[in-house]
Design a protein around this ligand. Structure first.
Ligand code: NAD
Length: 354
């Protein structure tokens, strides 16, 4: 597979995928609407690469997408474009339905027409990879078994409902029209270039400034954390070696409560940049009213992708978090302009982009 169209490739996970693909020598057509979450600065390290082209556009525009697929002679699509923030989906679900549901439908339409026009190996090797979240499985009890690929869908938030709908459309395009698809559902990601409305970057930057660290409820909600570079490697494995029509759960097997995450960040920053008078940053933690419909626990059984595609995460939560904190300390040029604008850290966004 030589030429890959990545939607949402200026976002957090998309840009990690694009940086890896470009380093691997693939030609990448990066199709992104550049919403508040899409940042071309996340692609600065590959700005001189001749095998990367950033095209500004909306996945709702199927004609534009179809023309681009033909013009660039694309071999596969990785679909990451989405509205991804749970809190925003509670405040304004319409944009989530538009982009995540209708946008995915329009993209499928363009992909199907393009694929039908292909011939020979080009047609049989084509893949549409839909990237989704573990949040489609809904709320897990503390003593429940982990989410597998067969766990029934039970989304709780407008975000996860829109992602669940998009997953169903992708499967339907495979079953009904034969479009060659693969799907993946992943747990919470963290790492460099993460927009500072999400839990980990927000807490790092607030804690750095000695600001309050609001935690939803009692901080007992559990998430399984995966370092974004590990996710990007998994996605490339699913695209290139996954079985058609199959979905793969991706996770780090690193469950932590939100409070544990926030405390780990406080302790790491106290070590690296002590506050005046050696005050512990844990004192900055304040508990705030819980988010409505807040799922208690998500946790992924990733044994299928490990067994069948030979993928395994390389980072533990501790090693990935250390890398992430160091990256934020070293890269104020990236987050400074974002922080000084609209997103001043006045509220705690949960890292709930699926
Ligand atoms: P993100 O919000 O950082 O990036 C989304 C990107 O999509 C942005 O660059 C944005 O400009 C672009 N976009 C939005 N609407 C668009 C449209 N209509 N047309 C074209 N581009 C558009 O999101 P992310 O965290 O990188 O997540 C990427 C994907 O991975 C999403 O589909 C999300 O559901 C899924 N996912 C995320 C996580 C996570 O923890 N972040 C976990 C599992 C799955």
């Amino acid at each position: 597979m030589e030429t890959i169209l990545v939607t949402g490739g200026a976002g957090f996970i998309g840009s990690a995928v694009v940086r890896q693909l470009v380093r691997d020598g693939k030609r990448v057509i990066n199709f992104d609407k550049l919403t508040y979450a899409g940042n071309p600065e996340s692609l600065k390290v590959i700005e001189n690469a001749t095998n990367h082209r950033l095209v500004e556009g909306d996945i709702l525009d199927s004609e534009l997408v179809l023309n681009l697929l033909r013009e660039e002679d694309v071999d596969g699509i990785m679909h990451l474009a989405a509205e991804s923030h749970v809190d925003r989906s509670i405040d304004g679900p319409g944009a989530f339905v538009e982009t995540n549901v209708v946008g995915t439908f329009r993209l499928l339409d363009a992909a199907l027409e393009y694929w039908r026009g292909l011939e020979g190996d080009k047609k049989s090797n084509f893949r549409f990879h839909h990237i989704s979240t573990d949040e489609v499985f809904g709320d897990l009890d503390f003593d429940d078994t982990l989410f597998t690929e067969d766990t029934p869908y039970a989304p709780s938030s407008p975000y996860s409902a829109s992602k669940a709908a998009s997953d169903h459309f992708v499967r339907a395009w495979h079953e009904t029209y034969g479009l060659p698809v693969v799907l993946s559902n992943c747990s919470n990601n963290y790492g460099p270039y993460h927009f500072p409305e999400k839990l980990i970057p927000l807490v790092i930057l607030n804690a750095l400034d000695g600001k309050q660290l609001p935690v939803y409820g009692t901080g007992e909600n559990v998430r399984d954390w995966l370092y974004v570079e590990d996710h990007a490697r998994a996605l490339i494995a699913v695209l290139t070696t996954g079985d058609l029509g199959e979905s793969y759960n991706i996770g780090g097997n690193q469950e932590r409560t939100n409070l544990q995450v926030v405390e780990a960040i406080c302790d790491a920053l106290d070590e690296r940049r002590p506050l005046e008078g050696e005050k512990s940053r844990r004192e900055l933690i304040t508990f705030v009213t819980d988010r409505p419909g807040h799922d208690r626990r998500y946790a992924i059984d990733a044994s299928k992708i490990e067994r069948e595609l030979g993928w395994a995460p390389q980072e533990s939560f501790e090693s990935g978090l250390a890398k992430t904190i160091d990256w934020y300390l070293d890269n104020e040029w990236w987050w400074g302009p974002i922080r000084s604008g609209k997103y001043g850290g006045e509220r705690l966004g949960e890292s709930k982009p699926g």
